[in-house]
Every structure is written in C-alpha cells, then in structure tokens.
Design a protein around this ligand. Structure first.
Ligand code: UD1
Ligand code: MG
Length: 482
C-alpha cells in the first residue's frame, strides 16, 4: 500500500447536478444508507492518501457540513463558479499549494459504485507503467453522455478523450468511455492544467483535455479498463440513482449470501452498507435493513419488516415488524405487527406479539407482552406476562414517567399502569384495572368498578325488541317452559 500511497485524492463535487431536478445537491443524494460522495470517500480512504480534498461549489455550506460530519479529516477546496472539471482540479491543487509531488488521483463525487480495489489497481498500474496519466475506462452498452476514449488505430494507445457534446458521429460510436477517474503525476498535472483551453461546446476547462496535452508533450498516457463497467456509472439523474442503488444492493446481498446468509428474495430485500450478518441468518421478502442493524446467527427477519440500527440476537424471530434502535435478545419473538421504538431491549426468549408498541422499555428474559399493548418507559423483570390490551400510561401531558413490573408477575387484560408505579415480584393484577398505586410483591391488585346487574331492564326499556325476545326465550328455557 505505502509504495502506491497517493499524495492526494481529489473528489469533484462542485457541480449542481441539474439533471437530478432536486433541491438537494446531487452528491448528497443517498443510496444504501450513504450519500453519493460518502461512497466515493469510503473508496478513496482505502488508498490511504496523504491528502483528501473535496472540491465544493454549488450549495457548498450544505456539502461541507455533510463532509465534516462523515469524514472530518477531509479538506475542501472551493470552486465558486463551475467552470469545468479541469478548473475544479486546479482549485484543489491551489488548496494543496499549487502543485504536489507524487500521484494525484481524481474521482468524481457522483460515482458511488467505484470500489477501493479498482482505485488501488489504477494507482498501482499508474506507478508500475511509469505513466504521466492513467485513465480508468470501461466498455459500456450505452455511452450516451460520456466522454469517449479515442485510441490510435495502429498502436491502440489512448490519444484523447472527446466529450459526448463535442464528438463526431464516428467518435460517438465508440463504446469505451472515460469513467472520470484518473491517476496523474502531480507536477505534470499542474503544468498541463495551465494549458487547458475553453474552446469547446460547453465553454469549460475540461480535465479530459489534460490527457491530449500530456501526450503531445511526449509523456506516457495509459488506460486501465475496469473489469465491471457498472462500477464507474456516474449518477446524473434519478433513473441512474435507482439503477445504482439496485446494483449496490445486489452487491451487498451477494456478499451476504456467499457468507452464509439466506436471502429469500433479493429483489425485495434492501440493505445499507453498514448492515452486518452472521451465518445462517434468514431474510424473508419485503425487508429493509438499515443503519447499524445486525442479524446474529440463525436470526430470521421478515417478511415485510424494516429494522434500523437494531440488533437481532441469535435465533430470534422478527415478523412483519418496524424497529428503530432496538436490541432483540437471543431466541426472542417479535410480531407479527410489532413496532419497537428506540430504547427497546428484549431479553432471552422474550416475546413482543401482535399490535404491540414499545419505547424505552426493557423486557426481561422469558417475559411476554403478547397482544395489543403499549409499553413505554418501562422495566419488566423475568418470566412475567402482561395481559392483552394493556397500556403503560407514561405521559401526564407534561413529563414522562417510568413503570416497573417485577419478575413472575401476571397482569390482567386491559390494564392501565399509570406511571410512576411499581408492581412487585410475583404480583397479580385483575383484568380491567387502572393501577395508580404500587402493588406489593405477591398481592392481587383490583382497581375497577363493581359490576351491578339490573334485572328485567331490557323487557322494561326495550319491549318487543329482538333482545327482549331472546331474553324471554332464555327465561322460558331455564324455567323448563316451552
Ligand atoms: C464527466 C467527464 C466525462 C466522463 C463523465 C463520467 C469531463 C469534461 N467530462 O462528464 O468525460 O465520461 O464525467 O461520469 O470531465 N464538477 C465540478 N466542477 C465543475 C464541473 C463538474 O466539481 O466545474 C464535478 C461534478 O460535481 C461531478 C463531476 O465533476 O461530480 C463530473 O461532472 P459532470 O457534470 O457530472 O460531468 P459529466 O458530464 O458527467
Ligand atoms: Mg457525471
């Protein structure tokens, strides 16, 4: 690595990205949980460059703030007006003191599929061949919009890059294109940039012209052809954004499957680059795994599940669930139709069942909240059972309060636990109770109105109704009349 360590990587990210038709700068659009420029920086970091410079221009406050967040060591160079990719690289070299010894790698901020491996191969080919410039190229099925690689008929050497807009009909037939990624000799780059003109269809300083300038001055110009053309795809519009997302997602799922994860339907499974898996995890269709989500060995999630920053323990089962910043313990069972909000921690073999919402709730080993409940700001011990349709009433309109339920408790259905309140170990509560006072360990709490039956009410108040008839028939049957 160190032998090929570049003096600098320059990332071009000053353009507006007009074709995105967006209020968000192009390089801040994201795929698989990372901005476009974030993907490029991650690949660039694999080269371990001495300097990493991002050229910002359009919406530069927004772009710079994002860069400071994701990679604080990045330097920025401002290109106030977008006068072309050559001009952008000039601004980067100015930031570095005008010129720099060693290799300068230039990449565009809108090529998120580029891998560190491809950049490393480019940098080492550049050094090994002793080139003044090495361009990364690819053969693409549709070259529309890209700069074309023009090669010498006889020697096959690269002679120039011609932009689509400036190309002749026969040049447009060329399918080998400029990826926008280059390795340059830093000093020769600085010299050549001084000679770039603007007499082209866009009136811009093209970085691509450096290649012809260096060649005419007698320097070695090389090309390195990317193994997979999809890697160098530049994102210019939202169709390409969706295609790139699909390609990257496929790449991530392929890696996971080859590492022993079962992905039942890759077409409807979406993952972020930061998601991790252990062997024999299973992902059912229609599942989105986001952020720092981790599936441990044998965990099964989906179908129709969205997990963000959520840890799923070994052997746990998560079905038709939405979870954010939750920890699901080993062999726990969640869903179908559960919503785990931040701060949810589920113990070994615990259960959060159907139509249950949890937030800032710690649910102990073997404890079950099976049906139709809200558990907010709560600590529940081990092997307790929370009855159906219970609400942990945590909010008094001003502040949130905590409820503690002990171990081996049995709370009745349709309970309200009005926080702050504590249910002691081994306590029971009666169905339909509104629990406002602490329940001592081992007690039964009953907190509901007494039942009163008013006999004959229907016959008096609803005479002749179907209810009155049914009641009369029941009375006769009991009395043995027929
Ligand atoms: C560029 C290349 C083209 C190549 C294609 C690969 C040039 C002249 N053309 O075309 O040969 O096939 O990329 O995707 O280099 N940028 C700046 N400042 C500017 C202009 C652009 O920072 O003044 C940045 C943009 O933000 C973007 C990158 O440079 O990240 C490329 O610019 P873009 O407008 O997308 O160029 P293409 O037309 O795609
Ligand atoms: Mg582009």
């Amino acid at each position: 690595m160190s032998a090929n360590r570049p003096a600098a990587v320059v990332v071009l990210a000053a353009g507006e990205g007009t074709r995105m038709k967006s209020a968000t700068p192009k390089v801040l659009h994201s795929i698989c949980g990372r901005s476009l420029v974030g993907h490029v920086l991650a690949a660039a970091r694999e080269l371990d460059p001495e300097n990493l410079v991002v050229v910002v221009g359009h919406a530069r406050e927004q772009v710079s703030a994002h860069l400071a967040e994701i990679d604080p060591a990045v330097r920025t160079a401002v290109q106030a007006e977008q006068n072309g990719t050559g001009h952008a690289v000039r601004m980067a070299l100015e930031e570095l003191g005008g010129s720099i010894d060693g290799t300068v790698v230039v990449v565009c901020g809108d090529t998120p599929l580029l891998t560190g491996e491809t950049l490393t191969n480019l940098a080492s080919a550049h050094t090994t061949d002793g080139n003044a410039v090495t361009v990364l190229t690819a053969e693409v099925p549709d070259a529309t919009g890209y700069g074309r690689i023009v090669r010498d008929d006889v020697s096959g050497a690269v002679t120039a890059i011609v932009e689509h807009k400036d190309a002749t009909e026969s040049q447009r037939a060329i399918r080998e294109i400029n990826s926008g990624v280059f390795a340059f000799d830093g000093q020769l780059l600085a010299d050549a940039l001084g000679k770039v003109r603007t007499d082209n269809s866009q009136g811009e300083e093209y970085l691509t012209d450096v290649l012809g300038i260096l060649r005419e001055a007698g320097h070695r110009v090389g090309a390195s052809v990317a193994a997979d053309h999809r890697e160098i795809a530049g994102i210019n519009n939202r169709v390409q954004l969706a295609e790139a997302r699909r390609t990257l997602n496929d790449r991530l799922l392929t890696d996971a499957m080859l590492a022993g994860v079962t992905v039942v339907d890759p077409a409807t499974t979406w993952v972020d680059v930061t998601v991790t898996f252990e062997q024999d995890a299973v992902v059912q269709p229609g599942t989105q795994l986001l952020g720092a989500t981790h599936l441990a060995a044998g965990a099964e999630v989906g179908p129709n599940t969205r997990l963000k920053d959520t840890k799923v323990g070994p052997g746990a089962r998560v079905d038709n669930t939405v979870a954010d910043t939750a920890e699901i313990g080993q062999d726990a069972s969640v869903g179908p139709y559960a919503y785990l909000r931040p701060g949810t921690r589920l113990g070994l073999k615990s259960k959060v069942g159907t139509y249950v919402e949890t937030k800032n709730a710690s649910i102990g080993e073997g404890t079950k909240v099976p049906h139709l409940s809200y558990v907010g700001d709560a600590t529940i011990g081990e092997y307790s059972n929370i009855g159906a349709a219970s609400v942990f009433v945590n909010y008094d309109g001003q502040a949130k309060h905590h409820t503690t339920v002990g171990s081996h408790c049995r709370t009745g259905s349709d309970n309200m636990f009005v926080a702050p309140v504590t249910i002691g170990d081994g306590a029971y509560t009666a169905a339909g109770s509104v629990i406002t006072k602490d329940v001592p360990p081992g007690s039964l709490a009953v907190a509901r109105g007494q039942q009163r039956n008013i006999e004959g009410w229907v016959a008096r108040k609803r005479p002749g109704s179907a209810a009155a008839q049914a009641a009369e028939e029941a009375r006769r049957e009991t009395a043995g009349e027929s």
